[in-house]
Ligand binder design. Structure first.
Ligand code: MG
Length: 365
């Protein structure tokens, strides 16, 4: 296995709950087997502002705990890794990167695409765009106008106390009935119910993670008091939590991110739980390079993903992506059809953006 850190400049500073980033520092995991190579991208950010995980921590956990555990226990396929690694608590983004690399290698060896393996039913997926907190309402409206001109089918606005009603009103007034949703990244409490209810007249698709990550009861209470559908992101860390949240009435939509739930196989189980309960899902994004984006697009091609994902074209983020760029075509991204994740890093770009590389042998696996 190779642990490779890469550093990609971003098109413009990305302001969000992840902080303000001017470049994307990412960790790639490469699994090299006699039959094939596979890639996984760890989505942990440099700072633990979205969840408790962060990049250096994830790298440390992979190197010191996950890979030695894989080397010391018997297993024969990627589908067994979650249980092999279960003794390590949490660290789902780290586990997801390792599992994805192994799964990709396995699928490439057998010639099957990740999309087919997961159960995809679409050849292309609807593309939405997420817009961070802007410097002014005018700046926000300009950004949204540019994204809609580019063809994005849905707009998501980041909101927080003090930047909520006015930006939503400004975008609704300027762009009419565009598909619009908001993401609060857990910045409100139940005491803000009146303000959140004031979003009702704007006919949003959903409000994402308004309350704290561990407040399922609060989300259930809020969902009873507002008309906008409540969607959970940070709270849903497994298929079991998804089932609990749905049973409690804490959400009527779920955002699926493979890194947040420990990998694409668990992400599929989250999807399955939601489909069984009639709850629509959509695919979130974590500033992935083309490696992570390819896998996300495959996931979003599953039947329950009925809302556009935060799956933007490469150029939205990177002047030069690590892989051949994902491009917007009529508001959609094409699902890779090749074996595994279906894309490879461009050798020259990979060399240019690599910060460090470390090989860890997996003897006995
Ligand atoms: Mg979110």
């Amino acid at each position: 296995m190779e642990l490779r850190r890469v550093r990609l400049p971003l098109v413009d500073p990305f302001a969000s709950s992840l902080g303000v980033e001017t470049e994307r520092l990412a960790l790639l995991v490469r699994a090299v087997t006699p039959a094939a190579e596979g890639w996984g991208e760890c989505v942990a950010a440099t700072e633990p502002l979205y969840s408790s995980e962060h990049l250096e921590g994830a790298e440390d956990v992979i190197r010191r705990f996950l890979l030695p555990m894989l080397a010391s226990r018997p297993w024969s396929s990627a589908g067994e890794l979650a249980s092999v690694l279960a003794p390590v608590k949490g660290h789902r983004m780290a586990k997801a990167a390792v599992e994805t690399a192994v799964l990709d290698a396995e699928l490439r060896a057998s010639g099957m695409s990740l999309a087919a393996h997961l159960g995809a039913v679409r050849r292309r997926v609807a593309s939405g765009v997420a817009v961070g907190i802007a410097s002014s309402l005018d700046a926000l409206v300009d950004q949204v106008a540019a994204h809609l001109d580019a063809g994005y089918l849905r707009v998501k606005l980041k909101i927080r106390p003090g930047w909520d009603l006015e930006p939503v009103r400004a975008v609704r007034e300027r762009f009419g009935d565009v598909a619009l949703q908001v993401d609060a990244n857990s910045s409100y409490t139940l005491a803000d119910t009146r303000m959140l209810a004031a979003l009702d007249p704007f006919d949003l698709l959903l409000v994402e993670q308004p309350l704290a990550e561990d407040d399922l009861r609060g989300h259930a209470e809020l969902a009873r008091r507002i008309r906008t559908p409540v969607c959970l992101d940070e709270s849903v860390t497994s298929a079991r939590v998804a089932a609990t949240a749905i049973a409690l009435g804490a959400c009527s939509v779920v955002n699926v991110k493979a890194g947040r739930v420990g990998g694409y196989l668990e992400a599929r189980r989250v999807h399955d739980v939601c489909v069984a309960n009639g709850v629509p899902v959509w695919c979130g994004g974590m500033l992935e390079t083309g490696i992570g984006r390819a896998a996300n697009v495959a996931l979003a091609a599953l039947p329950g993903f009925t809302l556009p994902g935060d799956l933007s074209a490469s150029e939205r983020y990177f002047p030069t992506d690590l892989t051949p760029p994902f491009v917007l075509d009529d508001g959609h991204l094409r699902v890779p059809e090749g074996a595994g994740i279906g894309v490879d890093p461009l050798a020259e770009v990979l060399r240019e953006v690599t910060v460090s590389s470390e090989w860890v042998p997996l003897r006995g696996a």
